[in-house]
Design a protein around this ligand. Structure first.
Ligand code: AMP
Length: 456
């Protein structure tokens, strides 16, 4: 289906074409006609499915039909990074339209944000906390709202923003169109949709909470003190070109970054202890390829929309599967392929099994070729500096080295393959009750986790 058949404004079609999109993604082709028909909408879609354009394009299209008269659309998103990225998208799609956009988020001065509101912009993108601070006493500026978008609503719920959102929504006109996006549809989320939406249409892309289909996943079983050496070992491979590493804590993120930088690997961090400017700089450097590795905590990474992330590495395995889904959704965005690697310690085994039950898919366990797993018995050596743990053990007489591929470990069978291979077979790969996967790939296909075997 071409974009042209969706009923969007010509100026927007031109901008979309210039962006290089050839056809709408499934969430876009399902959601855009409903938004243009002025219906409330629940969009259940994972990150990376093109949901930002799914709401931005039709809103801009509607706004462009009438002259500006104050704020007409309000988008609320959980993090500053996501707000900035939605704004970037709006500016790209609206470049041939006389529409204006402003952002509102904490950590920076309120003054320019208030000025922008008072000046009157067409579209505001905001985080809930700062918006609530600013909106009080300025309700009038929001009296002409036609569109309210709640983006990544499940995350806003997790982050405790629901009371703030309720207060904001109470200050907005009742007669409005509300669009609600979430990666998951839990009972709590359903309750919220009942509160904020009026006779909504629902569009759901893919199975609920299933990790993005374009992401190939694998696990390395490892003891905690060997995680950094294993990370350095994997980073010896150039194909890990743009790597997003997730840690559980801010402190952990800083520690890893320090070790990688000491090893000569360009690295930046993004977490909530860093100032807004530091976070944006880290993100920009990562986007521009000035740093190869970005180490992030979950909340800070929420809004990261960077094309071309080659690998997401769960340095710390996330305890809940929603976070896993969101994390791995940072790679394999839109139609590109991506890899997700998880380091799993003994303590993470239950969480991994729970994830596999939830997604009904087993994740293959890999063993890093040439990595010194025996260093496990020498934990004090962990901090020996650049290249720690990555030195290869001496070749035993007669040993044949296979440096090119990581092997699938022990009794585990390869159970997941790269997207393109699944596409080739034309059949989705499914885990059977016994945990086996039909159409399992050949062993060599896992070489791509280290970048080898990648075609083109
Ligand atoms: P989102 O799910 O909104 O975060 O979008 C994920 C990525 O997909 C972004 O980098 C968008 O620029 C890109 N994207 C959105 N729509 C399309 C499309 N129709 N074709 C190709 N890429 C797209």
């Amino acid at each position: 289906m071409p974009f042209r058949s969706l009923g969007l404004n010509e100026a927007i079609l031109k901008a979309v074409q210039e962006t290089g999109y050839t056809e709408p993604t499934p969430i876009q082709s399902s959601a855009i006609p409903f938004v243009l028909a002025r219906r409330d909408l629940i969009g259940i879609a994972q990150t990376g499915t093109g949901k930002t354009a799914a709401f931005t394009l039709p809103i801009l299209s509607v706004l462009s039909t009438a002259p500006s008269r104050g704020i007409r659309a309000l988008v609320i998103a959980p993090t500053r990074e996501l707000v900035v990225q939605i704004e970037e998208n709006v500016r790209v799609y609206a470049k041939h339209l006389p529409l204006t956009v402003a952002t509102i988020y904490g950590g920076v001065s309120e003054k320019p944000q208030i000025k922008a509101l008072e000046h009157g912009v067409d579209l505001v993108v905001a985080t809930p906390g700062r918006l609530l601070d600013i909106i009080r006493g300025r309700e009038k500026a929001f009296a002409g709202i036609e569109f309210l978008v709640l983006d990544e609503a499940d995350r806003m719920l997790d982050m405790g923003f629901v009371p703030a959102i309720r207060q904001i929504v109470r200050l907005l006109p009742r007669k409005r169109q509300t669009l609600f996006f979430s990666a998951t549809l839990s009972r709590e989320i359903e309750k919220l949709t009942g509160e904020f939406l009026h006779e909504p249409e629902t569009v759901e892309i893919g199975r609920r909470s299933n990790p993005a289909e374009t992401v190939a996943q694998a696990v390395y079983e490892i003891t905690p003190h060997l995680k950094v050496p294993l990370l350095q070992h994997l980073l010896q491979h150039d194909h890990l070109s743009m790597v997003l590493v997730f840690t559980r804590t801010k402190h952990g993120a800083d520690k890893i970054a320090k070790r990688l930088i000491a090893a000569g690997i360009t690295t930046a961090t993004i977490h909530s202890n860093r100032s807004q400017n530091q976070r944006l700089r880290a993100l920009t450097e990562f986007k521009e390829g000035k740093v190869r590795v970005l180490v992030a905590t979950d909340i800070a990474a929420r809004g990261i929309d960077v094309d071309g992330i080659s690998h997401v590495i769960n340095f710390d395995f996330p305890p809940n599967h929603e976070d896993y889904v969101h994390r791995i959704g940072r790679t394999g965005r839109a139609k590109s392929a991506g890899d997700a690697i998880s380091f799993v310690t003994r303590e993470d085994e239950d969480a991994l099994r729970a994830l596999e039950r939830f997604t009904r898919r087993s994740v293959p366990r890999l063993k890093a070729e040439g990595f010194d797993y025996n260093a496990a018995s020498h934990p004090r050596e962990e901090g020996r500096g650049p290249g720690a743990g990555s030195r290869r053990p001496a070749r035993k007489p007669g040993e044949i080295r296979t440096p090119r591929h990581d092997s699938v470990q022990g009794p585990q069978q390869p159970r997941h393959a790269h997207f393109s291979e699944r596409k080739k077979s034309g059949k989705p790969r499914e885990a059977t009750q016994s945990g086996e996967v039909k159409n399992a790939p050949k062993k060599g296909s896992f070489g791509r986790f280290l970048g080898f075997g990648r075609k083109g």
